[in-house]
Design a protein around this ligand. Structure first.
Ligand code: GDP
Ligand code: MG
Length: 598
């Protein structure tokens, strides 16, 4: 009975608690990957694992484990996809599992993402196996952490495994607990096919590679499958598992985690969370999909070279396959030309997308400062949702503006409570509560405008708490605020992509800070360039970029040839990420300059 031998599980943890290292140890111990092949952190190898020239994100690996009872078990280790611990990504993976290893650093204890991920696992009805990792550290306090697990999460931690992923301690015990505690999947092998798509990637040879968890029935090469959300049908060309390379198999059955390829060329046809069924004997009801996540932060993304617009759209479509939470639609900017307004789950997500576009798709991009969605109520009583500052109605038509507020949850050692409060207050936050987690740590809750979080809250929090604070937020409501749209003028011309929204009280100071910042960021030109910050028609601040003096240019001639070449190369590299606006060359950093202003 193959199904009875399957164990599907994930590893969840707060960042840096050792999830990837533990996954490596598990691959090693089950000899899935030979020592020679084992590169550190196999599961994080988006860059390294290139098959036939394209990258497939491998995150559902099949392992065979010979247990102490003499039986061989089939493990599917499902890594939480993506670089970062987004709850959305985590919950997708969890829906494909019956169990989860909850890894907690023995020196750090429970942190914000430990809790958030545990709640997701509990929501998905998973069997949770606590693992207290890094017991090799001198500062490890396994007993304290064990108590924390019981007190803060309410899990029985009496059998928590004491482990060191680094030193290879406790790994076998973890595998034995998986066998004993994680239930085998159930699901009718004879029933209609029902497979949940939990991730996908594009391969130029095989088309879309769907990563699936089969809940009912079986699927094999030649079967005709149907995507339940749109009725599209395809013939299966390949099924298989990851080990971590793709390995084709004859058949996948209920309980299995693997991939299906069916020469699907249109990326837009496949949607993460959709159910695949058999065309001949279709299921009547799809599986429960995923909660749709609403983006909270928006920014414009533009190719540096305008002829790369189609390439950028292609890249975004392919990324969306891999990351269903990414949203985008075309937009035009007077300053930047044709591009896309993209929606992200948060700032970290935005960074990851930008990095992936640049690294995996070789794009040179200009990104505008992120914005949240404002509710703008015009004098005719209509409420408009505006996510792009440049689309704000004329101030004379605006009756009221509402902005999103978040519940910000900050966990921090006692010593930094003062710093956290000072910062939160400065960011227009209202104190809600403070709880002691133990004698040394508190959980502080503030009600803060998302707009302030989008600016530089996280960086400031990290620096004012020496990196000790962990931070999580969720949108709670919209509230009326006295907000203004600030325009930036370069050489007398309004640059739409530099507009941003500020609170009335801070407008003057922000305006002054940003023109000063831009003055430093924008290189000197052959002529003087005034930079102005304005609200409506009123100029609040001004700074001037002085014209290049002739003798600065003269320095480039004569002299050391290699130095001159270096200078030219530097200029060329700098050029790549410059955008010419009117006749002023503006570097990428300028568009994000509103993000950090002091
Ligand atoms: P992840 O962010 O949860 O995937 O964490 P990683 O596996 O990348 O580990 C974060 C850091 O902790 C790395 O520097 C690891 O080498 C280190 N680490 C992981 N497990 C252990 C352990 O058992 N003991 C010690 N001392 N360090 C560990
Ligand atoms: Mg990792």
């Amino acid at each position: 009975d193959r199904q009875g031998k399957i164990r599907n599980f994930s590893i969840i943890a707060h960042i840096d608690h050792g999830k990837s290292t533990l996954a490596d140890r598990i691959l090693e111990l089950t000899e899935t990957v030979s020592k020679r092949e084992l590169q550190a952190q196999m599961l994080d190898s988006m860059d390294l694992e290139r098959e036939r020239g394209i990258t497939i994100k491998l995150n559902a690996i099949e392992l065979n484990y010979k247990a102490d009872d003499g039986e061989t078990y089939i493990f599917h280790l499902i890594d939480t996809p993506g670089h970062v611990d987004f709850s959305y990504e985590v919950s997708r993976s969890l829906a494909a599992c019956e169990g989860a290893l909850l890894v907690i650093d023995a020196a750090q204890g429970i942190e914000a993402q430990t809790l958030a991920n545990t709640y997701l696992a509990l929501d998905a009805n998973l069997e949770i196996i606590p693992v207290i990792n890094k017991i090799d550290l001198p500062s490890a306090q396994p007993d304290v952490v064990r108590q924390e697990i019981e007190d803060e999460i309410g899990l029985d931690a009496s059998e928590a495994v004491l482990a060191s992923a680094k030193a290879g301690i406790g790994i076998k015990e973890i595998l034995e607990q998986i066998v004993a505690k994680v239930p085998a999947p159930t699901g009718d092998l004879e029933g209609s096919l029902k497979a949940l798509i939990f991730d996908s990637a594009y391969d130029s040879y095989r088309g879309v590679i769907l990563q699936v968890r089969l809940k009912e029935g079986t699927v094999k090469v030649g079967d005709r499958i149907r995507l339940m959300s749109n009725g599209k049908e395809f013939d299966v060309t390949e099924v298989g598992i990851f080990n971590p390379k793709t390995v084709s198999r004859d058949i996948l059955m209920a309980g299995d985690v693997g991939y299906i390829a069916a020469s699907i060329k249109t990326v837009a046809d496949t949607r993460v969370g959709d159910t695949i069924t058999g065309a001949d004997n279709p299921a009547t009801e799809p599986l429960e999909g995923y909660k749709k996540m609403n983006p909270m932060v928006f920014a414009g993304i533009y190719p540096v070279e305008s002829n790369k617009y189609n390439e950028l759209r292609d890249a975004l479509e392919k990324l969306q396959l891999n990351d269903a939470s990414l949203q985008f639609e075309p937009e035009t900017s007077q300053a930047l030309g044709f591009g896309f307004r993209c929606g992200f789950l948060g700032l970290l997500h935005m960074d990851v997308i930008q990095e992936r576009l640049e690294r995996e798709f070789n794009m040179d991009l200009i990104m505008t400062a992120p914005s949240v969605i404002y509710h703008v109520i015009t004098t005719d009583g209509v409420t408009h949702e505006v996510a792009n500052p440049s689309e704000f109605p004329d101030p004379s038509y605006i009756e009221d503006i509402e902005e999103p507020y978040v519940k910000a949850q900050i966990m921090v050692p006692n010593d930094y409570i003062g710093a956290v409060m000072e910062l939160s207050q400065r960011k227009r936050g209202d104190f809600v509560t403070m709880d002691y987690l133990d004698s040394n740590r508190v959980n502080v809750i503030y009600h803060i405008p998302l707009n302030e979080i989008v600016f530089d809250f996280f960086d400031k929090l990290k620096s004012s708490t020496k990196g000790y604070a962990s931070f999580d937020y969720e949108i709670t409501d919209y509230q009326k605020s006295k907000l203004l749209k600030m325009d930036i003028l370069l050489n007398g011309e309004k640059v739409d992509a530099l507009s941003f929204i500020a609170h009335k009280e801070f407008a003057q100071a922000r305006g002054r800070a940003i023109v000063e910042k831009l003055r430093k960021l924008i290189p000197r030109q052959m002529f003087e360039v005034p930079i102005q910050a304005a609200v409506g028609g009123k100029i609040l601040a001004r700074a001037d970029i002085k014209a290049l003096r002739k003798n600065v240019l003269a320095k480039c001639y004569g002299g050391d040839i290699s130095r001159k070449r270096k200078l030219l190369e530097k200029q060329k590299a700098g050029k790549k990420r410059m955008k010419s606006i009117g006749n002023v060359e503006v570097p990428q950093e300028a568009f994000l300059s509103v993000l950090s202003m002091d």
